[in-house]
Design a protein around this ligand. Structure first.
Ligand SMILES: Nc1ncnc2c1ncn2[C@@H]1O[C@H](COP(=O)(O)OP(=O)(O)O)[C@@H](O)[C@H]1O
Ligand SMILES: [Mg+2]
Length: 367
């Protein structure tokens, strides 16, 4: 499989051993965790992998992607489906969802539920969305309790809850319910650093102290190197270790770009009957990602401060303050905001840098 972009599981998943260890240890203690990283750092893949392992450890599991559910009713349904999946009843639930009589006559489903009325609620014409979501949130815990199990429930792109109500009532509802749950442990993952911080880290935030925060960074070099070497070898493509090292260095061991590098190198070889050198490869990758990079840039470039700050940092992370002095820009504020968006990372030694290696390259070449 050389597809890049979708979350990876099973055989296609590699590395992240330390993160898996930490995450599963927390979860087994019953400690909920917040997982934060920019887009494409492998959050969803990691969460799915961990859920699979917890399933093998006899836990119930549920995976809910908040981002892909546009309405509260669909989100409620997704939660309920995922919970029922643990008893392989999700298909029956989906099939009966539009008919009260079908639902009522479903004996198997009835047998495993305490509160059947709640499930009937999905079939009603005038559904109360808030009631549905409210009961679905609790269903995770009540269903699990009834069956004397423990559940690991993951809400992916959790920050996206804000789209349903900017006032934050829904987030408060989640909090007030989840903190009572005795049989459920949660993973909340999200890509917008500042949104997740606001939800979990500020002392005034609704989820303050409810979950341990974990930041997911680049991959470790060694497992990545092994993976790339064996990938090329399987295709009988001769590569030097230097070439692999260059890929890792240029992509900063960013999981998505490392995988893309492999895919694009294979593609290059198919067309030109030879492997690219590292510059050719990086150019081809940047070309393949143009739409994405332009979109990212479009989202930030309406702010003059961001533009100057990013251009300066892309060029060189050092002495940004003095280099931009004449521009009359509040770099500290811009950097902080960009960090909150996951676009900048900060290191003790070198200060701010752009988290996406291709975005950095693209800014330097195009602007
Ligand atoms: N552990 C991993 N092993 C292999 N590939 C990975 C891994 N983590 C991420 N990737 C690559 O990165 C891409 C994005 O991963 P994904 O889990 O969707 O990230 P996120 O949820 O943070 O946006 C995947 O399509 C895959 O190519
Ligand atoms: Mg994801």
């Amino acid at each position: 499989m050389y597809q890049v972009g979708k979350p990876v599981t099973g055989k296609n998943f590699f590395g992240r051993e330390k993160e898996i260890e930490l995450l599963t240890t927390y979860l087994k203690m019953g400690q909920s965790v917040v997982l934060v990283a920019p887009r494409r750092f492998g959050k969803t893949s990691l969460v799915m992998e961990v859920l699979n392992r917890m399933k093998e450890d006899d836990h119930y599991t549920a995976f809910i992607d908040v981002f892909t559910n546009p309405t509260l009713e669909l989100l409620s349904s997704a939660i309920t489906e995922e919970v029922l999946k643990n008893h392989k009843l999700h298909k029956q639930f989906i099939a009966a969802k539009n008919s009260a009589s079908a639902m009522i006559s479903n004996i198997k489903m009835k047998a495993v539920l305490d509160d059947f009325q709640f499930i009937i609620g999905f079939t009603e014409n005038n559904k109360d969305e808030w009631e549905l979501i409210s009961e679905s949130i609790d269903f995770v815990d009540t269903f699990t309790a009834k069956h004397h199990a423990r559940i690991i429930c993951a809400y992916d792109e959790f920050g996206d809850l804000n789209k349903f109500d900017p006032k934050g009532d829904l987030v408060k509802l989640f909090r007030s319910k989840i903190q009572q749950h005795q049989n459920s442990t949660y993973i909340f993952s999200g890509s917008y650093e500042s949104v997740m911080q606001n939800m979990f880290v500020n002392s005034k935030s609704p989820f303050y102290r409810l979950a341990r925060i974990m930041h997911l960074g680049y991959m470790e070099n060694e497992p990545l190197k092994k993976h790339l070497l064996s990938g090329f070898k399987q295709l009988k493509l001769k590569v030097t270790e230097g070439f692999i090292d260059a890929i890792i260095q240029q992509t900063m061991a960013h999981p998505y770009y490392a995988q893309l590098a492999f895919q694009q190198a294979v593609l290059f070889n198919a067309i030109k009957s030879r492997l690219p050198d590292i510059d050719e490869l990086m150019s081809q990758m940047t070309a393949a990602e143009t739409d994405y990079l332009e979109k990212v840039w479009e989202d930030i470039s309406n702010n003059r401060e961001y533009v100057y700050t990013l251009r300066a940092i892309a060029e060189n992370g050092k002495n940004v303050y003095s280099r931009l002095k004449s521009k009359n820009i509040n770099i500290a504020r811009a950097s902080k905001k960009l960090q909150g968006m996951g676009i900048l990372f900060k290191s003790e030694k070198n200060g701010y840098y752009i988290s996406d290696p291709l975005l950095k390259r693209w800014i330097n070449r195009n602007l």
